[in-house]
Ligand binder design. Structure first.
Ligand SMILES: [Zn+2]
Length: 109
Protein backbone atom coordinates (compact mmCIF):
# COMPACT_ATOMS: atom_id res chain seq x y z
CA UNK A 1 0.00 0.00 0.00
CA UNK A 2 1.09 3.52 -0.75
CA UNK A 3 0.71 5.97 2.12
CA UNK A 4 -0.62 9.39 1.16
CA UNK A 5 -1.09 12.46 3.33
CA UNK A 6 -3.49 15.11 2.07
CA UNK A 7 -1.82 18.54 2.33
CA UNK A 8 -5.25 20.22 2.62
CA UNK A 9 -6.96 18.34 5.49
CA UNK A 10 -4.10 16.24 6.82
CA UNK A 11 -5.79 12.87 6.20
CA UNK A 12 -3.14 10.16 6.09
CA UNK A 13 -4.29 6.88 4.58
CA UNK A 14 -3.67 4.21 1.95
CA UNK A 15 -3.94 5.17 -1.71
CA UNK A 16 -7.34 3.40 -1.86
CA UNK A 17 -8.78 6.39 0.03
CA UNK A 18 -7.60 8.70 -2.78
CA UNK A 19 -8.15 8.90 -6.54
CA UNK A 20 -5.28 9.35 -8.97
CA UNK A 21 -5.77 12.15 -11.50
CA UNK A 22 -2.78 11.64 -13.77
CA UNK A 23 0.02 13.99 -14.66
CA UNK A 24 -0.05 17.39 -13.00
CA UNK A 25 0.68 20.83 -14.38
CA UNK A 26 -0.82 20.23 -17.85
CA UNK A 27 -1.40 23.66 -19.37
CA UNK A 28 -4.12 24.23 -21.97
CA UNK A 29 -2.82 26.01 -25.09
CA UNK A 30 -3.77 29.65 -24.69
CA UNK A 31 -4.56 31.98 -27.50
CA UNK A 32 -6.71 35.01 -28.10
CA UNK A 33 -7.42 33.46 -31.50
CA UNK A 34 -8.43 29.79 -31.00
CA UNK A 35 -8.35 29.19 -34.75
CA UNK A 36 -4.56 29.55 -34.63
CA UNK A 37 -3.96 26.80 -32.07
CA UNK A 38 -2.31 24.00 -33.98
CA UNK A 39 -3.83 20.53 -34.05
CA UNK A 40 -0.54 19.18 -32.73
CA UNK A 41 -0.60 21.52 -29.71
CA UNK A 42 -4.16 20.54 -28.84
CA UNK A 43 -3.44 16.83 -29.38
CA UNK A 44 -0.48 17.11 -27.02
CA UNK A 45 -2.65 18.89 -24.45
CA UNK A 46 -5.31 16.19 -24.58
CA UNK A 47 -3.31 12.99 -25.02
CA UNK A 48 0.46 13.29 -24.76
CA UNK A 49 1.85 12.68 -21.30
CA UNK A 50 5.32 12.25 -19.91
CA UNK A 51 6.19 8.82 -18.60
CA UNK A 52 9.36 9.39 -16.61
CA UNK A 53 11.31 6.72 -14.81
CA UNK A 54 11.87 8.63 -11.63
CA UNK A 55 10.24 11.67 -10.10
CA UNK A 56 6.90 12.78 -11.51
CA UNK A 57 4.28 15.38 -10.56
CA UNK A 58 0.83 13.86 -10.14
CA UNK A 59 -2.70 15.00 -9.33
CA UNK A 60 -4.57 13.21 -6.52
CA UNK A 61 -8.07 13.65 -5.13
CA UNK A 62 -8.74 13.32 -1.39
CA UNK A 63 -11.86 11.26 -2.13
CA UNK A 64 -12.65 10.12 1.42
CA UNK A 65 -11.54 13.28 3.19
CA UNK A 66 -11.93 16.90 2.19
CA UNK A 67 -12.72 16.20 -1.49
CA UNK A 68 -9.98 18.56 -2.71
CA UNK A 69 -7.39 17.93 -5.42
CA UNK A 70 -3.72 18.23 -4.55
CA UNK A 71 -0.33 17.57 -6.11
CA UNK A 72 2.15 14.85 -5.25
CA UNK A 73 5.68 14.08 -6.29
CA UNK A 74 6.17 10.35 -6.69
CA UNK A 75 9.09 8.22 -7.78
CA UNK A 76 7.61 6.07 -10.55
CA UNK A 77 10.38 3.51 -10.12
CA UNK A 78 10.10 2.88 -6.37
CA UNK A 79 6.49 4.21 -6.07
CA UNK A 80 7.63 6.22 -3.05
CA UNK A 81 5.90 9.57 -2.54
CA UNK A 82 8.43 12.34 -2.00
CA UNK A 83 6.09 15.23 -1.16
CA UNK A 84 2.53 16.50 -1.25
CA UNK A 85 1.53 20.10 -1.92
CA UNK A 86 -1.63 22.13 -2.49
CA UNK A 87 -2.78 23.25 -5.94
CA UNK A 88 -2.04 26.84 -4.90
CA UNK A 89 1.58 26.03 -4.04
CA UNK A 90 4.26 26.63 -6.69
CA UNK A 91 5.56 23.65 -8.64
CA UNK A 92 8.73 22.39 -6.94
CA UNK A 93 11.75 21.93 -9.16
CA UNK A 94 12.91 18.33 -9.40
CA UNK A 95 16.02 16.61 -10.58
CA UNK A 96 14.31 14.45 -13.19
CA UNK A 97 16.08 11.29 -14.27
CA UNK A 98 14.66 11.68 -17.77
CA UNK A 99 14.45 14.87 -19.75
CA UNK A 100 10.78 15.82 -20.34
CA UNK A 101 9.49 15.35 -23.85
CA UNK A 102 9.23 18.58 -25.77
CA UNK A 103 5.67 19.68 -26.43
CA UNK A 104 4.48 21.29 -29.64
CA UNK A 105 4.09 25.04 -29.74
CA UNK A 106 0.72 26.42 -28.63
CA UNK A 107 0.07 28.42 -31.76
CA UNK A 108 1.21 28.48 -35.35
CA UNK A 109 3.39 31.41 -36.20
ZN1 LIG B 1 -8.03 16.08 2.22
Amino acid sequence: MLKITCPVCGLGADETEFTAGGEAHIVRPASTDPENISDEAFRDYLYVRDNPRGLAHELWLCARGCGKWFHAVRDTYSHEFKMFYKLSDPKPQLNLTKKPRARAKAAKS
